[in-house]
Design a protein around this ligand. Structure first.
Ligand SMILES: Nc1ncnc2c1ncn2[C@@H]1O[C@H](COP(=O)(O)OP(=O)(O)OP(=O)(O)O)[C@@H](O)[C@H]1O
Ligand SMILES: [Mg+2]
Length: 263
């Protein structure tokens, strides 16, 4: 049994019970999915929950302006300003390159992401300054889109600092709508866990679901579970499952823990 290990709760309603209490501490988890599947919201929710539990967090943004990140988070009621001011939350700006008026107000800026060393140095500094326990990087795909052969090397560098400093991290990985993988073999085997978010069209309606593909150090649920994005963030339905048969997908309500569903 893995009952004795330390776990980090995502705080996402319905999700933690799927890994028997939370993500094993120091695991580096790939959060993989197509466009609009909820990866950014998921990682922000994970960090904000931590802040409420006195677990400091670092958000590394590579795809959105830090100003936009704060604004988007506040639409879910996740106000990070006060945590930035009291030194328990930091945004690492790896988006603007330090260019622009508002970028000048950012404390942690990565000038160029072509050289991963600089990125890793800034992340390390931010983690140490605020004693971060949670980190999210949105997204790591940006770091090796044009050079897939570098993916594993980049991942291992990040993993060493993230896990080495004791954090439990989410690495957002972008995949195309049709791709079955999670971001390439170099990445998939290097990480400790893989969470896959999906969006499928069922009878003209887009249905969200997630599946835990791997999670080192713990037993975990193996079903595809539907979730929703609400005004308060992501809500997972741990007792519902989604069945695929060829191209057909349907949601079924589980009647008991044994997993038998009502037809
Ligand atoms: N307040 C809200 N209520 C319900 N759904 C929302 C709300 N805000 C955003 N969404 C949904 O969340 C989606 C965006 O989620 P998110 O930004 O996390 O996606 P992503 O996986 O990061 O996508 P990308 O790979 O393009 O960055 C929107 O397309 C929308 O469907
Ligand atoms: Mg995103």
């Amino acid at each position: 049994m893995s009952a004795g290990i330390e776990r980090i709760k995502t705080g996402i309603p319905g999700l933690d019970e799927l890994f028997y209490g939370g993500i094993p501490k120091r695991n580096i988890v790939l959060l993989s999915g197509g466009p609009g599947t909820g990866k950014t919201i998921f990682s922000q929710q994970y960090l904000y929950y931590g802040l409420q539990q006195n677990e400091p967090g670092v958000l590394v943004t590579l795809e959105e302006h830090p100003v936009q990140v704060r604004r988007n988070m506040s639409t879910f009621g996740w106000e990070v300003r006060k945590y930035e001011e009291n030194g328990t939350f930091a945004i690492v700006d790896a988006f603007t390159g330090g260019i622009g008026e508002s970028a000048k107000r950012e404390k942690y800026i990565v000038k160029s992401v072509d050289e991963v060393t600089e990125l890793v140095d800034v992340i390390r500094q931010a983690i140490k300054d605020i004693r971060a326990e949670r980190v999210a990087i949105d997204s790591v795909s940006t770091l090796y889109l044009t050079k897939p052969a570098m993916a594993r090397g980049v991942l291992m560098q990040l993993k060493r600092v993230l896990s080495g400093l004791g954090t439990t991290a989410l690495l957002v990985s972008q995949v195309s709508v049709t791709e079955r993988g999670f971001g390439g073999p170099g990445v998939e085997h290097a990480v400790d866990g893989i969470l896959r978010l999906d969006l499928d069209e069922i009878e003209g309606e887009l249905i969200r679901s997630l599946i835990i593909w791997k999670m080192r150090g713990t037993k975990h649920d193996l079903h595809r579970r539907p979730f929703e994005i609400t005004d308060r963030g992501i809500v997972v339905y741990p007792n519902k499952t989604i069945r695929t048969r060829g191209e057909a997908i349907r949601i079924v309500e589980q009647s008991n823990q044994g997993g038998e569903e009502n037809e």
